[in-house]
Design a protein around this ligand. Sequence first.
Ligand code: NAP
Ligand code: MG
Length: 488
Amino acid sequence: MRRNRQDGQSAPTAWAYSPAPEPRAIVKLQPRYGLFINGAFVEPHSGRYFTTLNPATEEVLAEVAYAEAEDVDRAVRAARHAYEHWSKLPGKERAKYLFRIARLLQERAREFAVLESLDNGKPIRETRDVDIPLTIAHFFYYAGWADKLEYAFQGRTPRPLGVAGQIIPWNFPLLMAAWKIAPALATGNTVVLKPAETTPLTALLLAEVLQQAELPPGVVNIITGDGQTGAWLVQHPDVDKIAFTGSTEVGKLIQKAVAGTRKRLTLELGGKAAHVIFEDAAIDQAVEGIVNGIYFNQGHVCCAGSRLLVQESIADLVIRKLKRRIQLLRIGDPLDKNTDVGAINSLPQLQKIERLVQVGMQEGAEIYQPDCPLPERGYWYRPTILTNVSMAHTVAREEIFGPVLSVLTFRTPDEAVQIANNIRYGLSAGVWTNKGSRYLEFAARVKAGVVWCNTYNKFDPTSPFGGYKESGFGREGGVHGLLPYVAF
Ligand code: NAP
Ligand code: MG
C-alpha cells in the first residue's frame, strides 16, 4: 500500500495503479438498431428512435427503435406463430439451440462484457467475471433441463404456457435476459422481451447471437422502448404469461393490470436486505462481505446488503474498518480493469440517490464518503456509509439502489431477526457468525428468499432466487425456475 509520507503521516491513500483499459474496439456499434421481430431487425411502426448513453461519459452510443402498440402486437403475433412449431419440438432439439446460444456467448464473451460496461456503466471486472459467465451458465443449465422435464416434475406431464412477455431492468441487462429467456425456451414457450430503456444494447447483440444460432424466427422477439412499451406488452390479450423484474411500484401496476385475466404472473421486485454481523464473526472477512454486498454494481442490486445490522459490542470496530476499506475502492472508468465502482446508470437514478441521502441527513444520519476524485463527465456517486440510523429513518426503509449503506446496531440475536424482518421487503439477507447454530436459526427465522451465510451476493443457476412480501413472488433459477413456465 502506498502511504502519503509528505506530511510525515501514514494515512492510507488509494492504491496508485496505472491505467489498464480494456480495448473497446471489439464492439462494433451500429448507429441505429431496429426491433428484433420474427428473426429479423425491422423498422418500428412509428419510425421513432431514442438514444442510449454511456453513463460514464454521457456519450451517445446508438439510436434504438421505440416499439409502440402496433410493434408489440407484431412481436406477439410472431411469437404465437413460432409457438406452434417450437412447443412441439422434442426437448432434446430445443436443448441443442440453448447449448448453441451458450457456446456462441462464450465465444463472444469479451464483446458482450465490453458492451455491457459501455451501456450500463458497470466495471469491466464485473461484466467479465460475473454478468457474462453467469449468463452463459444459465443457458447451459436450462439447456440441460429441456429434455428432462419429466424428471423435474415427477409423475406429472408439464406443458408450456404459450407466449411469455418478459420485462427486465437495467442493472444486469444481459443476465436478466438470460434468467428470463433460458427457462422459457427450455420448457417450450416463445418470448417477447422488453429490455430497459437505458440498457438495450446487449439484448440486441444477443438477438444477433440468436440469428447465428439459427433459432427459428419468432421464438424470441426483442422490442426496445420505455415503460409504456412494457405496459402495452402486459396489456396484450394474446400473452399467456408475464415475467417482470423491476421496481415494486411498477410490479404493483402490472399485478393490477393482469388481475382478472388468464395471464400467469411472476414478479421479482425490490429489496432492502439486512446484512447481519454478529460479534463472533471473522471481522475482516465480514468487512469484505459488507463491501461486496453494497458496493458491487454501484449498489444497483435488488438483493444488495443495504442495511448493515452490526452487533453493538463490535459496531465501532466494524465501522472503523469499513471506513478505512472504502477509502481504497477505485472509482472511475468502467472499462479500466482496476475499477471497483463504476458509473451510476442514469441521471434520474443519480438524482434519486442524492435525494434519499439528503433525506437521511435531514433525519439525523451521519454521512461518510471517501475523498476520492470523480470524473468530470458522467454520473457518479461516492461509496457512502450512513451511521446514526434507526429503523424509523427513510434510508433504513426505502430502497436507495445505489452505493449507500445504512448502519444500524442490535444487541441480541432476537433483536437482529426483529429488525431484519421489520420491513416491507423480503428478497435477501446475509449473516456473519462463527456459530453454525446461530446462522441456521437466523436463516430459518428471517423472511427472505435468499440468505447468505459468511458470504454475500453469490449466484448460481442451480439455486432459486426470488422474494417474499413486497419483493415479489415466483422463483428464477434452479428447478424452481422452470415452474412459472409450465402448466400440468
Ligand atoms: P422499473 O422502473 O420498474 O423498470 C423495470 C422494467 O419495467 C423496465 O424495462 C421498464 O422500462 C419497465 N416498465 C416501467 N414502467 C412499466 C409499466 N408501467 N409497465 C410495464 N413495464 C414497465 O425498475 P428499474 O428502476 O428499471 O429497476 C430497478 C428496480 O428493479 C429496483 O427496485 C430493483 O430492486 C428491482 N430489481 C429486482 C430484481 C429481482 O430479481 N428481484 C432484479 C433487478 C432489479 P424502462 O426502463 O424502459 O422504463
Ligand atoms: Mg445506456
